[in-house]
Design a binder for this molecule. Structure first.
Ligand SMILES: O=C(O)CCC(=O)C(=O)O
Length: 219
């Protein structure tokens, strides 16, 4: 009986494209596909007001990933550190509002992954070109860690790295494709993660670009 239930659970998961990464982290394969055009329109609306730019790290490097933000709070980095700010340092204006399609998708994905009631206030939008990478890091500039991170992938595929609570922990390699959503929270909230240098595998809709956005509760 137990065996049958387990097998049924496994089949069900396969059909719905769920790939568990940890106790409270999961890849929801293709979860964003039904709303892709709304998401891309949202990215266009955000970047028309707050264009992608390459920011500098406190260590003196320029990030290979270009970024922008939407929502009440936006993540930034410069010589003096990493932080969230209410305004875009390029324009001095508030970050663009988070498109409703982003917030709705994030709430639905978080609930599906076991985090009901997610109320995001920040969204970091990353743009990758071939060769862009994101080194292993923890998302820990948010004020409290009880809310999950919801990460949406569009365009070219990428190899996502999902490690442990220590930088030196071995990281799993997880391929992410157009429309995939990753959610991590709870006991997995502070796991190190990153993205390997992107290969040039042009996507039919976005060409040689990958857009990723992570939706967070930062304040
Ligand atoms: O691009 C990705 O898949 C991950 C993005 C990420 O780790 C971040 O924005 O903190």
């Amino acid at each position: 009986m137990t065996l049958n239930l387990d097998l049924f659970g496994g089949d069900d998961d396969a059909q719905h494209g769920r790939v568990p990464l940890g106790a409270q982290s999961v890849v929801l394969r293709g979860f964003a596909l039904p709303v892709i055009e709304d998401l891309l329109a949202g990215v266009d609306a955000v970047t028309a007001q707050a264009p992608f730019r390459h920011m500098d790290t406190p260590g003196g490097y320029t990030m290979s990933v270009a970024l922008t933000n939407c929502g009440e709070l936006g993540w930034t980095t410069d010589a003096s550190g990493y932080r969230y700010s209410r305004s875009d340092p390029l324009s001095g204006r508030p970050w663009p509002a988070m498109p409703e399609a982003f917030a709705r998708l994030a709430r639905d994905a978080a609930a599906d992954a076991g985090f009901p009631g997610f109320a995001p206030d920040a969204c970091l939008v990353n743009r990758y070109e071939p060769g862009s990478r994101l080194s292993l890091h923890q998302d820990k500039n948010e004020r409290d860690y009880s809310a999950p991170i919801v990460s949406v992938s569009l365009g070219m595929p990428a190899m996502f790295l999902f490690g442990g609570d220590e930088r030196a922990d071995k990281a799993a390699r997880v391929p992410l494709f157009h429309g995939d959503v990753v959610v991590w929270g709870g006991v997995d909230r502070l796991r190190y993660h990153g993205v390997m240098p992107l290969k040039d595998l042009p996507h039919p809709r976005l060409g040689s670009l990958r857009i990723n956005f992570t939706i967070r509760k930062a304040g």
